[in-house]
Design a protein around this ligand. Structure first.
Ligand SMILES: [Zn+2]
Ligand SMILES: [Zn+2]
Length: 340
């Protein structure tokens, strides 16, 4: 029976492990990916910290706080390459006659079959490897955990230490806003570096999305700060998910909890403007930036007609950072740690 032999070979393979080297980048960072389906956030962590501090303990996603064992954080790209390696071994073992099966197996190889070894030296495989170093310097935020000292790096915002899970949301809020500012200030450096390697069109596209992401980073940073600081009044049910992405709803929550809302902390003009920017972020995140009737009606922004696409200028992002910072400072002051 031909299948018997194949089955036996597969059984044997299951007990073996195929070592696939995954290397850190030239600075010693290793790419990791959050295993939570809804998140999939990619970040970097110093390989030394990851291997010495975790030691079979759980790791934490810097973005969403998801916790999982330390061998669950391979990036999609790392797994793809590891599975391809395993597939090669399987194909060699069961022969050409079953290549079709091997190909199917290749895409569904269980993680238990793969032992991925780490190597600090060697070629780089990283999320930012394709970007010139001048651009990475502007775009990436490198962080050191204030509690355990682990080093990690992210594009965008982060809130939790990947090694110990410490959530320093207030410090991260300041860091995220400072990074958004730095990205806008360094935009021409990024454009120049990318234009030299990828061409002017690619550089422009990349910079436009960097500016748009600035709105997103501001909203995410503010949302996390508010979620962390907000305490529901006694008897009130906890706020719905993502409620702090809506300025009006968030403002009412604060009013019920501390007696003041955003209109007490921002001028009417500032509040209106921040509301427009929050709603533009919503369009970018959920409608590919296309203006709809709801946006025109709710925002009162008459500069766009439904069907047009939002244009985000660097100055819009700078303005938003200032307004979010002002609001963040206010909710920090309002939510004192001595609250009952
Ligand atoms: Zn996550
Ligand atoms: Zn830590």
């Amino acid at each position: 029976m031909v299948f018997k032999k194949v089955m036996r070979e597969l059984e044997r393979l299951k007990r073996e492990q195929v070592a696939v080297p995954i290397r850190a980048d030239e600075r010693g960072y290793l790419d990791r990916e959050c295993p939570a389906e809804a998140c999939k956030f990619i970040f970097k962590v110093l390989i030394e910290d990851w291997t010495t501090r975790l030691k079979n303990a759980s790791a934490h996603c810097p973005r969403c706080g998801h916790t999982a064992p330390d061998d669950h954080w391979w990036t999609t790209d790392q797994l793809k390459r590891a599975r391809a390696e395993v597939g090669k071994v399987v194909r060699a073992r069961i022969g050409n006659a079953l290549q079709e099966d091997a190909r199917a197996f290749n895409t569904t190889a269980p993680r238990s079959l793969i032992s991925i070894s780490m190597n600090v030296s060697g070629r780089k495989h990283s999320t930012t490897a394709a970007l010139p170093v001048e651009a990475v310097n502007v775009l990436e935020q490198t962080l050191v955990c204030e509690k355990c000292g682990a080093g990690f790096a992210v594009l965008g915002s982060a809130f939790f230490c990947p090694c110990c899970g410490h959530n320093s949301v207030e410090r991260m809020f300041d860091g995220a806003l400072a990074k958004v500012r730095a990205k806008i200030d360094g935009l021409e450096v990024v454009r120049g570096a990318l234009a030299a390697t990828l061409g002017a069109d690619e550089a422009d596209t990349f910079c436009a999305s960097t500016v748009e992401n600035g709105l997103q980073d501001c909203v995410v940073a503010f949302q996390h700060l508010a979620e962390r600081l907000y305490v529901s009044p006694a008897g009130a049910k906890p706020p719905r998910r993502n409620v702090f992405q809506s300025l009006d709803e968030g403002s009412e929550l604060w009013r019920s909890a501390v007696g003041k809302g955003y209109d007490d902390w921002l001028s009417a003009k500032e509040y209106r403007r921040l509301d427009v920017l929050f709603q533009r972020r919503h369009l970018l995140a959920h409608r590919e930036g296309l203006v709809d009737d709801k946006y025109v009606k709710n925002s009162g922004d008459v500069t766009y007609r439904p069907g047009q696409r939002i244009v985000v200028l660097p100055a819009d992002v700078t303005e938003m950072v200032g307004l979010v910072e002002k609001l963040g400072t206010a909710i920090r002051a309002a939510s004192t740690p001595t609250k009952p």
